[in-house]
Design a protein around this ligand. Structure first.
Ligand SMILES: [Zn+2]
Length: 432
């Protein structure tokens, strides 16, 4: 298949290629070249018109928890339900979804279901159960939540569990959050053992943190990615952000601040926030009653207070640009979508917030594509770029995303997606 009449933004450092020709073979990009170098299509190659649009790599939601949404469904409907969510993600331009912890049986069932499904959907990557302390977050004392975590206080046991789990999942997730030595916190030697086991198996490890010391210990343990903006000791100073940035950049550790989560917990119950979501195109007036009738609406979130979340949100918004300038690779993930109309929109909101925080547009795009792919070790086959040899996942926009973040996150600018080489927009449409 050949795609013509398109500007390609490949998601790497390269300048956009105006009037390009993109060749897709067996679901992968096989050539990207200026139209001046175009080759005549062989008789059987379909040629599709990209309508003068901008082709960017397919977006990545690199921190979400879809299995939680499926629990209310009957067991034999859960895989189908999550598969439908993956189709919904694709419909907003997200071609890859990273599930950061959930029951392994549901995730494996989804993988099975997708292996024979014929409809198009985002690709799912998953961690299986997370590692945490005894009755640690997010299990606490709720036995119903036991299947979402390995609760451990023993490094040897954790090491063996991680070795076994690593063969079944795409990467490993640890929760490293609470006062040092607290029984519900994963012990530091267990964290180190889990990272060692995962790395032996060639898998990446992402670590959920709370305080700056959690982050530093996770990095020292060999974590590949840090999940969640840390809570600063002194929010009035950017000194901690500078220190953390130097550490993350030096160790090449990815940083996923999950701004959307802190924004939502901080504003839960605030009608003004919902109006802002409507004004900025992330919800409609019709969505509001559905959102405000959710049991969580206006209630205290477990573990994280609104006040603490406000501090984490404001601090991250103020310091992410300096962290980017220091060389930190930021990835885009939204975590929970409790005040958004549906989970897929949360990633678009995250990208909008990264732009608001002052990241240059190429860095926002890298966060929502390449950095998220690299974070879980997918740089070879699904690297989040438009490069020869990679899986042909892309999003076609009707305007230049580098000119305005709205061209990327406002769905009215989405023409369609390419998922493993399958286009969602109609062929043969007249050029815009
Ligand atoms: Zn999470």
């Amino acid at each position: 298949m050949i795609i013509r009449n398109v500007t390609v933004i490949d998601g790497q450092a390269a300048a956009p290629i105006a009037d390009a020709e993109v060749v897709v073979t067996d679901g992968r990009f096989s050539a990207i070249r200026p139209a001046a170098d175009a080759r005549p299509a062989a008789g059987e190659d379909p040629v599709i018109d990209a309508r003068g649009g901008y082709l960017v790599p397919g977006l990545w939601e690199s921190h979400t928890h879809l299995s939680g949404h499926a629990y209310s469904k009957p067991e034999n409907k859960r895989a189908e339900y999550i598969s439908q969510l993956l189709t919904d993600f694709l419909n907003v331009g997200v071609t890859s979804v990273v599930n950061l912890g959930g029951p392994l049986d549901i995730e494996l069932a989804v993988r099975d279901y997708r292996s024979t499904a014929t409809d198009a959907a985002a690709k799912l990557f998953f961690a299986g159960p997370v590692f945490t302390g005894i009755e640690g977050w997010p299990v606490l004392s709720d036995p119903k939540r036991a299947s979402i975590a390995y609760q451990t206080d023993n490094a040897d046991v954790a090491y063996r569990q991680a070795l076994e789990l690593a063969d079944q999942v795409d990467f490993i997730k640890c929760i490293y959050d609470d006062e040092p030595g607290a029984p519900d916190k994963l012990p530091l030697d267990a964290l180190k053992a889990i990272v060692a086991a995962a790395h032996e198996k060639g898998k990446k490890v992402l670590v959920h943190v709370h305080e700056r010391t959690d982050l530093e210990e996770a990095v020292a343990s060999g974590a590949d990615g840090i999940e969640h903006a840390f809570r600063p000791q002194d929010p009035s100073s950017t000194a901690e952000a500078h220190d953390v940035a130097a550490l993350l950049a030096e160790t090449n550790t990815y940083y996923c601040p999950t701004l959307v989560t802190w924004e939502q917990i901080a504003n839960n119950g605030d009608a003004g926030y919902l109006r802002q979501l409507v004004d900025e195109g992330f919800a409609t007036h019709e969505d509001i009653p559905q959102i405000t009738s959710r049991p969580i609406y206006g209630r205290e979130f477990p573990r994280h207070s609104a006040r603490e979340s406000r501090v984490r949100f404001d601090y991250a918004m103020r310091t992410l640009a300096l962290m980017h300038d220091a060389g930190v690779k930021i990835s885009a993930g939204s975590d929970v979508a409790m005040l958004l109309p549906a989970p897929p929109v949360a990633l678009l909101r995250e990208l909008r917030l990264l732009a608001k925080a002052g990241l240059p547009m190429p860095a926002v795009l890298a966060a929502g594509t390449r950095h998220s792919a690299e974070k879980i070790g997918q740089q070879t086959t699904s690297p989040g770029t438009i490069t020869a040899g990679s899986v042909a996942d892309a999003l076609l926009l009707d305007a230049d995303p580098y000119a305005d973040i709205a061209h990327l996150v406002d769905r009215s600018h989405h023409i369609g997606t390419l998922r493993a080489g399958r286009p969602s927009w109609e062929e043969g449409h007249p050029t815009a």
